[in-house]
Design a protein around this ligand. Structure first.
Ligand code: PMT
Length: 223
């Protein structure tokens, strides 16, 4: 229907940071609060979608109407997303997934020693790139968190990960980024369009982004 344009569609949203364990008491992570991803999931529910929210460790309540799957690491998030991918209509990757993890997760707490220390890191799997490579009919929406040349870096992620849309987030903008209730983003489409969004509450922005994407899907002829 016009009011519930995502009725009958499955939307998968990822949110929050991942945690990569160093030992039982320490980890590597980032400043994602999950607010942007949770807002995307709530907006999808309001548009009628059957919504799966795959979330890293955050301090937010479960949005009503979503199926919530909690994960910790990038590897767990990859597994959960792949299990939900095949019958998904739209996948939205708001999560701030760690790009590196410790080569070794120690079974016991590492003991303090004299002098400096270092940890060897290895790459995690790029979840979004994996999804892009396996894409059939899904609409794939990425985020890009950047501190400089945001739109150019976002464009190159849109292309290299085979995305349909990317939401570019300059996380140095005082109106948004990690942890805040508001955000400022630019939406790029694979058809070459650029839509800047003013600073607004993440809840309002999520609704505005989905509305714009639905409108683009209605009016764009796909190859
Ligand atoms: O959670 P909040 O506090 O509300 O903050 C919101 C946000 C800043 C986290 C969010 O708006 C945002 O920008 N999310 C993307 C963060 C990110 O990891 O960006 P990236 O440019 O490093 O990654 C690009 C894309 O690839 C993202 O869609 C990411 O989910 C995905 N990715 C990255 C690495 C990896 N191993 N697998 C991935 O799927």
């Amino acid at each position: 229907s016009v009011n519930l344009p995502l009725a009958g569609k499955k939307v998968v949203v990822t949110a929050g940071p991942t945690r990569e364990r160093i030992d039982p008491v320490r980890y590597i992570s980032n400043f994602s609060s999950g607010k942007m991803g949770y807002a995307m999931a709530e907006a999808a529910v309001k548009l009628g979608a059957s919504t799966v929210l795959i979330s890293g460790p955050v301090d937010l309540p479960k949005p009503s109407g979503v199926r919530l799957l909690k994960v910790e690491s990038a590897a767990e998030m990859l597994e959960a997303v792949l299990a939900e991918y095949e019958d998904a209509s739209i996948v939205i990757k708001s999560a701030a997934v760690a790009d590196y993890r410790p080569k070794e997760a120690h079974a016991q707490k590492m003991k303090k020693k004299e002098g400096d220390s270092s940890i060897s890191l290895e790459r995690t799997t790029d979840i979004l790139k994996t999804l892009g490579a396996q894409k059939k009919n899904q609409i794939l929406i990425g985020f890009a968190a950047e501190t400089n040349d945001a739109v150019a870096y976002g464009q190159s992620k849109l292309d290299s990960k085979n995305l349909d849309y990317i939401i570019v987030n300059d996380v140095t903008d005082p109106g948004g980024g990690f942890g805040s209730d508001t955000n400022v983003v630019t939406l790029l489409t694979k058809t070459g369009k650029t839509f800047p969004f003013e600073a607004m509450l993440k809840s309002q922005l999520a609704a505005a982004l989905l509305e714009k994407i639905i409108e683009e899907e209605r009016t764009t002829v796909h190859d």
